[in-house]
Design a protein around this ligand. Structure first.
Ligand SMILES: Nc1ncnc2c1ncn2[C@@H]1O[C@H](COP(=O)(O)OP(=O)(O)OP(=O)(O)O)[C@@H](O)[C@H]1O
Ligand SMILES: [Mg+2]
Length: 486
C-alpha cells in the first residue's frame, strides 16, 4: 500500500498522468534518542523517508523546509509545548498528518492532542505492528486527500465530460464537496432551482466516481406516470400487464453498480416512495408481477427543485425516505448569487455554438453588462438559451443587446437611460475615494508578494486564499513577475 501512496507535495507540481513520487516523508520528534532511532528504523524499513529530532525548534525549522508529510511527535507528560507545535502545524500545514505518542499515564494528553489536530495516537510502549498500522493509516489519508485534490483540480480545469463552468466562491465550495462525494457511493440529494445544473452535477458525480465505467441511468419522476416509473425502476415479468411480452430488468438492477439518477424526486407518489424506500433498505426489488426478489447494486443520486424538508413537514414526502436520500446534500447556487460566473458561462456557450456553426461569436460590452445585471430566474439553462437565441438572431459575429431576449433588451435599455440621467457611475474612478474592488484586490496581492520578497506560497496563506487562486489572479491581471510588473 505504501507503493501506491502519492507524495502530496510533489503532486502539486507535477502534471496529471505523470508518475507520482512514491516516498512519504516522516518526521519523528522525541527527546528520547533510543525511541527516536527505533521509530526511525522501523519506518525506514516500511519504506518511509525519515528525519528525526529531539528538539521542538529544530522540528519547526525542518517543517518550514516542508520536510514532512507525517509528524510523529512525543507528548511529554505535563508539557504543553508539543501540543502547541501540533496546533501550529495544523494551522500552517493543514494537510500534514500528525500522530501523537503518549505515555500510558497521560491518556488525557492523547485526547488533548486530538483536539489540537492530531489524527491518531500511540500509547507507549507500542509494538512494531501498532506503529506500522498508524503510519499506514496516516499515509492512506494523505493518498485520499491527494486524490481528492487532483479531482478538484480536474473539475476546476473543466475538462472532458461533465465539465462544469464557474470559478465563484460558491462553485469552488461545490467542487470541494463534489470531489469528496464522487469518491464514495453514498446516496446524494441535489437541491437547486430549475436550470442550476442538477443533472450536470449528477453526471459529474458519476463520471468522477469509482464506478464511472458502469451505466448512468436517469429516471424522470416528474414526467412519467407512476405505473411506468415503477416498471422502469423495478422491472416486470412477462404477462405482468398488457403488452409485457417479455420480462425486463428494472434500472435499479441493470445499473449493476452504476448510478440511478432519480430526477424530480419530489414528484414521486407516496405509494412509490414507500416502494423505493423498501428497495433501498433491503437492497433488493420485486419486479412488477413477480413473486421473487432480485438484489440491486446501484448508487442513488436524486434531485429536486422542490423544498423536500417542507414537503416532509406537510406529509407529502416520506421522512424516512428523505433521510435515506439525504445522506449528503448538495445545494446548487442560483446564478444571480454567482454573477461573476456569467461571463465565463457565456463564453463557454459561445465557444460551443461557434464550433457547431463554424463561425466565431463574441459579446458586445453592452450586452454583457445587461446579462450581468439580469436575475436569471431560469439560471444557467436560461443563459444557455439566451446565447443560442442571440447567435441565431445575430447578423454578424458580435452579439448586441438587440440580439438578446426581449426582457433583457428592455432591462438593458432601462439601465442605459438611468445611467444617462444620473451620469454613469459604473466605474468608481470618477468618485474620489472609491475604487473598484478588482483594483483593491490586485493591490493587496501585489503588496503581499512584494512584502514577502516574492514568496507566493506564503503570500497566499496570509491573504487567506489558495495558491492556485493566487496564480489564477496574477494571470487574470496579466502580471508575469510581481516584483517587476507595475
Ligand atoms: N456550471 C455549469 N457549467 C456549464 N454548464 C452548465 C452548468 N450548470 C448548468 N449547465 C448547463 O445548463 C443546462 C441546465 O442544466 P441541468 O439540466 O443540469 O439543470 P437542472 O438543475 O437539472 O435543471 P431543471 O431543474 O430544469 O431540470 C444544461 O445544458 C447544462 O449543461
Ligand atoms: Mg434537471
Amino acid at each position: 500500500m505504501l507503493e501506491a501512496a502519492f507524495h502530496p507535495r510533489a503532486m502539486e507540481f507535477i502534471p496529471q498522468n505523470s508518475e507520482p513520487v512514491p516516498r512519504i516523508h516522516l518526521l519523528v520528534v522525541d527527546a528520547d534518542v533510543a525511541m527516536r532511532s527505533a521509530c526511525g528504523e522501523i519506518a525506514t524499513s516500511l519504506g518511509y523517508a525519515v528525519d528525526s529530532t529531539g528538539d521542538l525548534d529544530q522540528a519547526r525549522s525542518l517543517l518550514r523546509g516542508h520536510a514532512a508529510d507525517i509528524l510523529l511527535v512525543n507528548l511529554p507528560f505535563g508539557n504543553n509545548r508539543a501540543l502547541e507545535l501540533i496546533s501550529e502545524v495544523k494551522l500552517l500545514y493543514p494537510r500534514l498528518s500528525v500522530i501523537a505518542m503518549t505515555a500510558t499515564s497521560s491518556v488525557n494528553a492523547a485526547v488533548e492532542a486530538m483536539r489540537c489536530g492530531a489524527s491518531d495516537y500511540l500509547t507507549k510502549p507500542f509494538a512494531v505492528d501498532e506503529l506500522s498500522t498508524v503510519l499506514d493509516r496516516a499515509a492512506a489519508s494523505l493518498t485520499t486527500d491527494t486524490a481528492t485534490r487532483q479531482l478538484r483540480e480536474r473539475l476546476r480545469l473543466s475538462e472532458g465530460l461533465g465539465s462544469m463552468i464557474g470559478r465563484s466562491a460558491e462553485m469552488e465550495k461545490l467542487y470541494r464537496i463534489l470531489s469528496k462525494v464522487a469518491q464514495s457511493t453514498h446516496p446524494v440529494l441535489i437541491l437547486g432551482e430549475s436550470g442550476t445544473g442538477k443533472e450536470l452535477v449528477a453526471r459529474t458525480i458519476h463520471a468522477y466516481g469509482p464506478n464511472a465505467q458502469k451505466p448512468f441511468l436517469p429516471v424522470d419522476c416528474g414526467s412519467l406516470v407512476p405505473t411506468l416509473i415503477e416498471s422502469e425502476l423495478f422491472g416486470y415479468v412477462k404477462g405482468a400487464f398488457t403488452g409485457a411480452n417479455r420480462s425486463k430488468d428494472g434500472l435499479l438492477v441493470s445499473a449493476e453498480g452504476g448510478t440511478v439518477f432519480l430526477d424530480e424526486i419530489g414528484e414521486l407518489s407516496l405509494d412509490l416512495q414507500a416502494k423505493l424506500l423498501r428497495a433501498l433498505q433491503e437492497k433488493e426489488v420485486r419486479p412488477v408481477g413477480a413473486t421473487h426478489r432480485i438484489p440491486i447494486k446501484a448508487r442513488i443520486v436524486a434531485a429536486t427543485n422542490r423544498d423536500l424538508a417542507a414537503m416532509v413537514e406537510r406529509g407529502t414526502f416520506r421522512k424516512d425516505l428523505f433521510y435515506r436520500l439525504n445522506v449528503v446534500n448538495l445545494r446548487l447556487p442560483a446564478l444571480r448569487d454567482r454573477r461573476e460566473d456569467i461571463p465565463l458561462l457565456a463564453a463557454h456557450f459561445l465557444d460551443r455554438i461557434s464550433r457547431e456553426h463554424g463561425a466565431k461569436f463574441t459579446m458586445s460590452d453592452e450586452a454583457l453588462r445587461t446579462m450581468m445585471r439580469h436575475d436569471w430566474p431560469g439560471n444557467v439553462r436560461e443563459l444557455e438559451n439566451a446565447m443560442e437565441r442571440a447567435c441565431a438572431m445575430s447578423s454578424g459575429p458580435v452579439l448586441h443587446l438587440g440580439d438578446l431576449p426581449t426582457q433583457l433588451q428592455q432591462q438593458g435599455l432601462a439601465a442605459h437611460r438611468a445611467a444617462g440621467a444620473t451620469g454613469d457611475a459604473q466605474s468608481g474612478a470618477d468618485t474620489p475615494g472609491v475604487k473598484p474592488l478588482a483594483d483593491l484586490e490586485r493591490e493587496a496581492i501585489l503588496g503581499a508578494i512584494r512584502a514577502l520578497n516574492g514568496d507566493k506560497l506564503q503570500a497566499a496563506k496570509l491573504l487567506g486564499i489558495g495558491k492556485t487562486t493566487l496564480y489564477r489572479k496574477l494571470k487574470e491581471y496579466g502580471i508575469a513577475d510581481p516584483l517587476q510588473d507595475e
